[in-house]
Design a protein around this ligand. Structure first.
Ligand SMILES: Nc1nc2c(ncn2[C@@H]2O[C@H](COP(=O)(O)OP(=O)(O)OP(=O)(O)O)[C@@H](O)[C@H]2O)c(=O)[nH]1
Ligand SMILES: [Mg+2]
Length: 222
């Protein structure tokens, strides 16, 4: 049976992968600005809440991470501020990847940076959303075929995330397709809740990860 526990989802990913569109698909309204642009469109974190069959679903959209041009500290600050929008933490972290672009070295570097920023355990809260699957369907490729031969680092990350992943077509016109992909995503988020005994990912965990990545310099004993 579907859980009615409130869910809060933090969307993260590279620039232009479809984070804001996915957020809009989940809350079923166009509250996050989404458009094709070479510059990042989303510049600050944004939280929106909707009610789905009596269940409260909050979504936090974050700025896109771009090709190593943004220093790690700036990224960290963007995520810190975004996470603070939900004082009780988030139920799951949604990594938005697009089948539109090949998983490049940059993307692999991003996985590593996310691990540094959110902490080594971050995959406990992770669900991967693959966007632009309509473009796969257009050329007859399945998501499984697309993922075959993926870089080892991606496969390792997906394994660490317990295989939780969902395909999204944010341009879907058919309302049954739209509802189906939301319910698949919520089912994956419910797995995260269950596996973690409902423990959310919190700002305190984030700060602990920041500290672990930048340990204070030890003073020499006098
Ligand atoms: N065909 C198709 N287009 C999509 C899909 N998801 C997003 N798009 C398009 O991809 C472009 C970028 O989408 P956004 O949702 O703005 O991406 P974003 O990750 O929020 O971008 P930034 O905030 O700039 O990092 C827009 O033109 C969207 O309409 C999808 O599933 N299929
Ligand atoms: Mg955006």
């Amino acid at each position: 049976m579907e859980s009615k526990k409130p869910l809060s989802l933090l969307l993260v990913g590279k620039i232009g992968t479809g984070k804001s569109s996915t957020g809009n698909s989940i809350i079923q309204r166009s509250s996050f600005v989404s458009k094709r642009s070479c510059k990042g469109v989303t510049v600050a974190g944004q939280l929106e809440t909707s009610n789905l069959d009596g269940r409260s679903i909050s979504v936090i959209d974050t700025p896109g991470m771009c090709d190593g041009t943004l220093p790690l500290d700036d990224l960290r600050n963007a995520f810190r501020v975004s996470l603070q929008l939900s004082p009780s933490g988030v139920s799951a972290i949604i990594l938005v990847l697009s089948v539109n672009t090949r998983i490049s070295d940059e993307e692999i570097q991003l996985f590593q940076e996310l691990g540094t920023i959110f902490g080594r355990d971050w995959a406990r809260w992770l669900v991967v959303v693959w966007t632009h699957v309509d473009q796969l369907t257009d050329d007859g490729t399945t998501l499984e075929e697309f993922l075959e031969g993926s870089p080892r680092q991606l496969l390792q990350l997906m394994t660490a995330a317990g295989g939780r992943s969902v395909a999204f077509d944010n341009r879907a016109a058919d309302s049954s397709v739209k509802l189906k992909q939301i319910s698949l995503l919520l089912a994956e988020a419910d797995k995260v809740l269950r596996n973690n005994d409902d423990e959310p990912y919190t700002s305190e965990m984030f700060d602990a990860a920041t500290l672990a990545a930048n340990p204070p310099l030890k003073r020499n004993p006098a």
